[in-house]
Design a protein around this ligand. Structure first.
Ligand code: ATP
Ligand code: MG
Length: 374
């Protein structure tokens, strides 16, 4: 049995035309690190608020350990919460801030002292107990907020963009800190971010939200390697997209179903099929391929794949360990060049054809097994 079960949860804020969360079905396993990832307004915070009990749902149910919790007030749910802006009490010391959840639970003073010391030790802030929040750095304040969420030993900790106010270096340090705490304490964590690299660093599984619904729920690697649809393919990592029409029935390749699409200019391209047998001939189709899977050559015979597109080089940027090429694809026939999709290629220094100049024609290639057709 999952620790948390959302079943057909629906939430619309009063006065709002659209649902913030729509038919949400989500099971969270005990001990897992689950991240809710998605664009602004997609329902991530609302989902946490419903779980914590700060918002009420309109229909559906949420169960914790098999028991419905919709009617339990927040403090009876035994859930630790960390928000984006730390929300520490400015007039209290670090120790008093961390002690707060214990005081409201009427824990005896001696036990509070022991638990606060242990919680501060976990986040490496033992020597800061007597300081006030304004005497701490952003990262230290965030660690106090974390200690305060952990001090009453909740079985579940919710974190809503807790690191977004920190600079990059501190943010990466705190990500490792949170990973360590999750590993050491074995507590279930539900984390919200719209930073995909943060989601990939921390999570066992990631739920990709869009318009109040989950587009896909899977491990970071699955989301990256086998996205369920173009939205997920684009949201995680860079992706190149070209639209076309199904050109043949779906065939069975060694690594699963294959589909061929025809793009502007009549060219046929093959990729792995995401629709199984359901796609009709001539229906709209989208092909996605990641920049790291593109090959570049001056002529098509320089590529080791039949998937080949004519392109024009728009820019070439040295990024240390690789070159980033900006190209427009499919500009040779039909449509105006400015309407052509812009693609990125990530090319290792050894694979870069010599003497490339901006404005020249190129051939782009990719293997069918490295592309997805939706
Ligand atoms: N208190 C509220 N009253 C009315 N509408 C709200 C309220 N809170 C959120 N919404 C709406 O509900 C939808 C989902 O909001 P939510 O805060 O859950 O998004 P989010 O994914 O957390 O976004 P962000 O990444 O910007 O924090 C949005 O359309 C938002 O405008
Ligand atoms: Mg939010």
């Amino acid at each position: 049995m999952a620790l948390i079960e959302f079943e057909h949860v629906f939430k619309r804020y009063p006065g709002s035309q659209t649902a913030a969360v729509e038919d949400l079905n989500l099971h969270i396993e005990a001990g897992e690190f689950l991240t809710l990832l998605g664009p602004s307004g997609s329902g991530k915070t609302t989902t946490l608020m419903l779980l914590a009990g700060f918002e009420a749902l309109n229909s559906g149910s949420i169960r914790l350990n098999g028991c419905a919790i919709e009617s339990l007030p927040p403090h009876q749910r035994n859930i630790g919460v960390v928000f984006q802006n730390y929300s520490l009490f400015p007039h209290m010391t670090v120790a008093q801030n961390v002690a707060f959840p214990l005081s409201v639970r009427k824990v005896p003073a001696a036990a509070i002292a022991t638990k606060v010391a242990a919680a501060l030790e976990k986040v490496h802030l033992q020597s800061f107990a007597e300081r006030r929040p304004n005497q701490l750095s952003g990262g230290q304040q965030q660690r106090v907020a974390l200690a305060r969420a952990l001090v009453f030993e909740p079985r579940l900790v919710l974190m809503d963009e807790p690191l977004s106010a920190l600079d990059k270096k501190l943010r990466e340090e705190m990500q490792l800190e949170i990973r360590r705490l999750h590993r050491e304490l074995g507590v279930t964590m539900v984390f919200v971010t719209h930073d995909q690299s943060e989601a990939m660093t921390l999570s066992d599984r990631v739920a990709v939200f869009n318009h109040g619904r989950i587009e896909q729920l899977a491990s970071p690697q699955m989301l990256y390697d086998a996205p369920a649809n173009p939205f997920v393919a684009n949201f995680l990592g860079d992706n190149n997209i070209i639209k076309g029409r199904y050109a043949s029935a779906i065939s069975q390749g060694l690594d699963g179903a294959r589909a061929a699409i025809r793009v502007a200019g009549g060219k046929g391209l093959q990729g792995r099929s995401c629709n199984g047998k359901s796609a009709a001939l001539d229906a709209d189709a989208t092909l996605c391929v990641r920049p790291e899977f593109l090959q570049v050559a001056a002529h098509a015979d320089g590529l080791d794949t039949p998937n080949c597109l004519d392109a024009r080089l728009l820019d070439i940027i040295h990024q240390g360990d690789h070159w980033r090429l900006v190209v427009s694809v499919g500009t040779t026939e039909g449509g105006a060049p400015e309407a052509a999709p812009q693609w990125f290629a990530k090319i290792s220094p050894r694979a870069l054809p010599p003497g490339l100049v901006v404005g020249q024609g190129l051939c782009l290639g990719f293997r069918p097994e490295d592309a997805w057709v939706f």
